[in-house]
Each structure stands twice: as C-alpha cells, then as structure tokens.
Design a protein around this ligand. Sequence first.
Ligand code: PGA
Length: 248
Amino acid sequence: MANKAIVGNWKMNGGTATLAEVASLLAELHETEAQVTICPPATLISRIAEMAVGTSLKVGAQDCDDHASGAHTGDISAAMLADAGAECIIVGHSERRAAHSETDQMVARKARLAWDAGLAAILCVGESLEDRESGAEIQAVQRQLLASIPNPDTGEPGDLVVAYEPVWAIGSGKTPSPEQIGEMHRAIKDSIKEPLSGKIAKAPILYGGSVSGANAKEILSVPEVDGALVGGASLKARDFMPVIKAAG
Ligand code: PGA
C-alpha cells in the first residue's frame, strides 16, 4: 500500500504571517512517510511552492474556474494555478457546491481542466445530513461522484483523488464511525471500478470532515482510507503534525 496522503485545506485563511507555519511543518516532515500537501489560498501558492523546493511537501489549489481562459474577471484557471506551482486542485468542495451553486457538471469541467493542465484533481463528494438520516447516503454519494467525473469523451483521464467528506462532518467536530467510513469508501471504490478507465478505478480515496490529532489514527487505520483531507486542523503546524504523524 502506498504512503497515505494528508492534504491540508486552508480555505479562506492565511497570509504572509502563516508562512511561519509552513516553515515549522517543513522542519518536521522528515519524521513522516506520509505524502503531505497544503492547499493554501491562491495568493500563497507560489510562495509556498518556493519554500517546498527540494522537500517532499506539495502545494495545491482549492478551486479553479470551469473555463480555460478568457473574460472571467476575478477567476483563476487551472493552467494559471499550475504555473504558480500547484500540483493538484480540489474541485467540488461542498462549500463551493453550496455557496457558489456549483453543479456536478461544473465540477466535472473543473476536473477536466485540472487534468488538461497536468494537475491531479481532488474531487470532493459527500452526503447531506438528510441523506444520511434517511439511509440514502451511499446512493447520494455514488450518484454525485459518477456525475462529477469528467466524461471519457472529453479526453484522457489524468490523476484522480476522491475525497469523501460528509457535509455534516465538515467543521462540526462530528465524524462517521470507522465502520461507516469503511463502508462508504468501499462503495466509492466499487462505483469507479467498472465503467471507467483503469486509472480512475485506482484513485486513492481520502476521508475529510473534522479530522484532528485526536481521531486521525482511528480514521487512517480503516483499511479503505488512503489518507485525509483536513481543514481546521491544518492551519497550525502544532495541530497538523499529529494528523500527519498518525499517517505513518
Ligand atoms: P474540517 O474541514 O477538517 O475543518 O472539518 C474539512 C474540509 O472541509 O475539507
């Protein structure tokens, strides 16, 4: 089994002062086998990419526009993020699906553009509390995932990482049980196995939603969990390092 991937999603947090957290992280990264990625706000990507040269740290983006270029004031393309030093882009985060009305079709276009720019797409899916409480969580996630993966007619698939993030677990301190996480990750693996290309079928599956130093070991020891997408606990090195170390 490959090393686990730990991805920090800083959301709309961080500025020049936060670069000290990256420096602290870099000083300790040799103590882990995990593949660590930070997805800072776009304003910090190039600076963190410079700090990460010669280290195992990777830098990613939190979103890209669903057009390749053109008259889209204020938006940033996948190719621009690649140029700034990003190696991957989170697409379809539930906060963007909710606050920016992103549809599965838009998310699929973003993943396609990430691939076209040579970047991995970290595709987020997750059920609402309503879906979970009505027992429809697996169908909801499978439907969302298959609709958000780029259509094979649009070109060759690039690197895909799936992040399973139950909407009700994000920022809430609540997490599904290890059994529920294992069940969902198996369902995700099953749904991408058959109809799609070999590369997509092998996508690592991360868990995200209230991962912290206190629960990371338990979550990361679920056999179907290939890593974690971490929000709040990724902002400070002293909170993020225990999550990273729990990955091995
Ligand atoms: P959280 O966020 O770890 O703060 O719950 C996770 C995410 O939204 O990616």
